[in-house]
Design a protein around this ligand. Structure first.
Ligand code: IPD
Ligand code: CA
Ligand code: CA
Length: 269
């Protein structure tokens, strides 16, 4: 069953990725969702529709939690749930910046069983199967082996409401003050996939949604990494503070994050 789910996840991600590839750089409608910089394009909707139709054709009993169409199907714990971000990195896509992805995960009995993140322009497909491992274009991947925090290469992201939460900016400052190179790519799914394959040693962000992270956290865990809240408690897809690392620099980065932003309940919308 798990293998069939993974196969369907991969096919749907590639299907949607090809739709995004076709649209990339063309002219399309762009709307604001909330605030002036949280965008959605024609292609977010097209890709999401294609994914849901494809999966429904293979697994008609499915429920969905998808960014643009929300939650569908009765809330039955046992039922197969697909968690979908049809276009992660919409702001990049809207500006023809070639960093964006499709992220799809399947959850069964409350457990994420498989996930795929596809970067169509790079033709990189990251996949993971719970208890089975993580792969990039079919080859096994694992987290980096750097255990020296000062030599880390990190990535982060900023929520659309970051200006209302200055302590989150402080948190970023506290890390770059250490002289550590930090990137901000604009696709949380790719950030996680890149931790999983060892390009980055760690990633943190607040206020992400289940569709941003469901496939990525499985990838990091299956590749041997650690995914927690800032305080090192186990992370689940509805939590608000995410810290994903190779495990070896986790304590140091968690300490720094906790000093600046111990409680995310303070987040202003
Ligand atoms: C966004 C991206 C970005 C992250 C934002 C997300 P979207 O997703 O993952 O990296 O910083 O918090 O909302 O809107 O492009 O699907
Ligand atoms: Ca997203
Ligand atoms: Ca999205």
């Amino acid at each position: 069953m798990k293998d069939e789910l993974l196969k369907c996840t991969i096919e749907a991600a590639i299907l949607a990725g090809n739709i995004l590839k076709e649209g990339y750089g063309s002219s399309f409608d762009i709307h604001n969702k909330s605030g002036v910089n949280n965008l959605v394009t024609t292609y977010d909707f097209l890709a999401e529709k294609a994914i849901i139709e494809y999966i429904t054709g293979k697994f008609p009993e499915s429920r969905f939690l998808a960014e643009e169409s929300g939650s569908t199907g009765a809330e039955e714990h046992d039922k197969l749930l697909w968690i979908i971000d049809p276009l992660d990195g919409t702001v990049n896509f809207a500006h023809a910046l070639p960093i964006f992805s499709v992220s799809i995960a399947a959850q069964l009995h409350g457990e994420i069983v498989c996930g795929a993140i596809y970067h169509p322009l790079a033709d990189e497909l990251f996949t993971a199967l719970s208890g089975g491992g993580a792969w990039l274009n079919g080859k096994p991947i694992s987290i980096s082996d750097n255990d020296d925090f000062k030599k880390s290469f990190l990535v982060t992201g900023f929520p659309y409401n970051v200006m209302k939460n200055p302590e989150y900016i402080e948190l970023f400052v506290s890390i770059i003050r250490e002289g550590i190179p930090v990137r901000r790519l604009g696709s949380a799914a790719l950030d996680l996939a890149y931790v999983a394959c060892g390009r980055f040693d760690g990633f943190w962000e607040i206020d992400l949604n289940p569709w941003d992270v469901a496939a990525g956290i499985l990838l990091v865990r299956e590749a041997g990494g650690l995914v927690t809240e800032f305080d090192k408690n186990d992370y689940s897809i509805f939590d608000r503070q995410l810290l994903a690392t190779n495990g070896k620099i986790h304590n140091e980065i968690s300490e720094l994050l906790m000093k600046t932003m111990p409680k995310v309940e303070h987040l202003k919308k």
